[in-house]
Design a protein around this ligand. Structure first.
Ligand SMILES: NC(=O)c1ccc[n+]([C@@H]2O[C@H](COP(=O)([O-])OP(=O)(O)OC[C@H]3O[C@@H](n4cnc5c(N)ncnc54)[C@H](OP(=O)(O)O)[C@@H]3O)[C@@H](O)[C@H]2O)c1
Length: 329
């Protein structure tokens, strides 16, 4: 099969188009023919070797957590799916196995969700990692409820695009930060307040918007961009800093948070909950409660360019790789 792989950890130049043997679906697994693969910041971090201590990689290694496509084969014991079904998956790359930058990928059945006809393959491919982690931060960690106020730091990216929409779906009030070119985009996603972090003081603006404090901050940017966030949250509220894997980044003041009664809950995508969250996200898309973010598609062969763009930190919405979409339209 055609795939993008690396032979060793390193820069984007390590990503190359190659031929690899097609994987097989084992018991409880599904073989998926990939139409679109989603590109995530974790992909370049993995390429550079940041997750070596957690996962056993085998080279050549195929990156990519997210895919939408068609079931090609099912393994023993798989029920409820059959070849030809359109599906989305959070792949087994989270276990160190080959990912979705390839014509075929294998996933455990509990992280494969069949798509209703109304959900496009592009919308679905933009969903897994960013949507699942947004769901985790807002609902599993943040326990967000109707009428509450949430600040999304970084509203224009993959996570931000889903966080804003999911928080609105939950009937919360949403403020989101972004650069000046993305203010309209973020408002279009439903943000009640869009804050230009380049020309405005995010902390001061949020204090005016929510004088009694916000209930939740989902910080998708980190890197010390919102250290004063502790002062913005109500006592009893939560900050969910999304794990960036940047070891040297400054952390919010835990002692000050404890004095103020604010919880800081470092948040990652949770492997056990991914299937349940992905099903809920697909349902929300199918019901029209959320819609696809801004999407740009590059051919699979341009994976290195896609990762460079994501690594630079200013992609709007999601970048996808077209692996074999034309075969599945
Ligand atoms: N550990 C996990 O399980 C997990 C899961 C998902 C994501 N993550 C991490 O979460 C982070 C976000 O992921 P993502 O997929 O949303 O990334 P992304 O799509 O690449 O985010 C890009 C966005 O960040 C915005 N941005 C950059 N600097 C900003 C700033 N100072 N203030 C506000 N917005 C800013 C940019 O908007 P502008 O162009 O307008 O600046 C851009 O739209 C990454 O570090 C990723 O690795 C971790």
């Amino acid at each position: 099969m055609r795939a993008i792989a690396i032979e060793r950890f390193g820069g984007p130049e390590e990503l190359h188009l190659t031929e690899l043997p097609q994987p097989k679906a084992g018991a409880g697994e599904v073989l998926i023919r990939v139409a679109y693969a989603g590109v995530n910041p974790a992909d370049w971090k993995i390429r550079e070797g940041w997750l070596q201590q957690f996962l056993q990689y085998r080279f050549p290694f195929v990156p990519g957590f997210d895919a939408a496509g068609m079931v090609a084969a099912i393994g023993e014991g798989v029920e409820g799916l059959r070849p030809g079904d359109r599906v989305v998956t959070a792949s087994n790359q989270g276990k160190g196995e080959w990912g979705t930058y390839a014509e075929y990928v294998v996933s455990d059945v509990d992280r494969v969700v069949r798509l209703p006809v109304t959900v496009s393959l592009q919308a679905a491919a933009s969903l897994p990692t960013a949507g699942i982690t947004s769901w985790e931060a807002l609902f599993d960690v943040g326990q967000l409820r109707a009428g509450q106020r949430v600040l999304v730091n970084g509203g224009a990216g993959g996570m931000g695009s889903w966080c804003i929409q999911l928080a609105k779906m939950a009937q919360a009030q949403v403020a989101a930060s972004c650069g000046p070119a993305n203010l309209e985009y973020v408002q279009g996603l439903g943000a009640d307040l869009a804050i230009d972090y380049r020309s405005q003081d995010v902390v001061a603006v949020v204090q005016t918007w929510a004088p009694e404090g916000v209930d939740l901050i989902v910080d998708t940017v980190g890197q010390g961009t919102l250290l004063q966030g502790v002062e913005l949250v109500k006592p009893g509220g939560t900050i969910a800093p999304i794990g960036t894997l940047i070891a040297t980044e400054p952390q919010p003041d835990a002692a000050r948070a404890a004095v103020r009664g604010v919880r800081i809950v470092p948040t990652m995508s949770n492997f056990e909950r991914q299937g349940r969250q992905l099903r809920a996200l697909v349902d929300a898309l199918a019901r029209g409660q959320i819609r696809e973010p801004a999407i740009e598609v590059l051919p699979l062969a341009r994976a290195a360019e896609a990762q460079r763009r994501v690594q630079a930190g200013h992609v709007r919405g999601k970048l996808l790789l077209d692996v074999a979409a034309s075969a599945m339209r």
